[in-house]
Design a binder for this molecule. Structure first.
Ligand code: ZN
Ligand code: ZN
Length: 303
């Protein structure tokens, strides 16, 4: 499914889940189910933000944004992380009030049944979002799916806890669980922000991918002498790889261009969504910054 369709579907599902969780909260009066419902409001807003950011990200490069718009997806992930932290504060507030004034819960069977239904729906959506997000290389969808999944885990915890509170009459479990939900979503929020910041800050591709790239270059560099200043970064579904290619000074422009095309093709095959830029240098003029990765060795680049 294309990312926009998947994101739209997740908005609808988030609304249904929110409605179900709110019903569960109203039936029982449980503050931990309330906190769970609050997290669902975040999910709805986040799902809408994902739709918008994916639409922006899907726009082709233009004069103002010649590298494309794919980084827009990171904004929605950062926003989502911020919203999650906000929800955590509200949950803590509600839990504190319930600590001061514990309350017996009502209609537990029906309420827990409704919440369980909401969770099953959420779990199915989360699994689909991560699976589809990976297939479509959409960080916004993957982040949304992972976030939904932690939501499922906390809801299961809440359901078990509230059920236990009902069986034992330890109503204090309810606000305790709400705090547990809050702490968990703070963790999720921080990690989401951290991961998206990596993309915004042009973090290098993961070590494993870099190894693959070095391997592919070494295999296809033919008569080239050295590759240095190898750099990479990621922007949404696109990865960017660039490096200097040192060739014998006598090599013709046509030959070195053919060599570049061969390297580009191999790299794009190895890493889908890759954009490769190669700077060709004759052996006599080779220079490197020295800080970045290097493959092969030329004497003149030792300076
Ligand atoms: Zn060309
Ligand atoms: Zn160089």
């Amino acid at each position: 499914m294309n990312p926009i369709a998947a994101a739209r579907m997740s908005v609808v599902v988030a609304l249904v889940v929110l409605a179900l969780k709110y019903v569960a909260y109203r039936l029982t009066g449980s503050v931990s189910l309330y906190s769970d419902a609050l997290e669902s409001i975040v999910n709805v807003v986040a799902a809408v933000a994902v739709v918008i950011s994916i639409r922006v990200a899907a726009q082709p490069p233009d004069l103002n944004h010649p590298f494309g718009h794919s980084k827009a997806e990171y904004f929605s992930a950062v926003l989502e992380g911020g919203l999650i932290l906000f929800a955590a504060v509200e949950i803590m507030r509600a839990a504190w009030q319930r600590f001061l004034d514990p309350l017996a819960l009502t209609d537990l069977n029906l309420g827990l049944g409704v919440a369980l239904l909401a969770t099953l729906l959420n779990g199915a959506m989360a699994g689909f979002l991560v699976w589809n997000g990976k297939k479509q290389r959409s960080p916004a969808l993957i982040a949304d799916g992972r976030h939904l999944w932690t939501d499922v885990v906390t809801t299961v915890g809440v359901l078990v806890g509230v059920g236990l509170a009902g069986l034992t009459g330890w109503w204090i479990l309810d606000p305790l669980l709400a705090v547990f939900v809050a702490v968990n979503i703070v963790w999720v929020g921080l990690r989401l922000v951290r991961d998206s910041m990596g993309g915004l800050m042009d973090e290098s591709l993961p070590a494993g991918t870099m190894e693959t790239i070095q391997h592919v270059i070494a295999e296809h560099m033919d008569e080239a002498i050295e590759v240095h200043d190898l750099r990479s970064r990621q922007a949404g579904r696109h990865t960017f790889v660039e490096f200097h290619l040192v060739v014998p000074g006598s090599m013709s422009v046509a030959t070195s261009h053919a060599l570049c095309d061969q390297l580009e093709e191999a790299l794009i095959r190895a890493v889908p969504g890759n954009v490769v830029t190669i700077h060709v240098e004759p052996e006599e003029k080779a220079h490197r910054t020295g800080r970045v990765m290097r493959i092969g060795a030329s004497k003149s680049s030792e300076k």
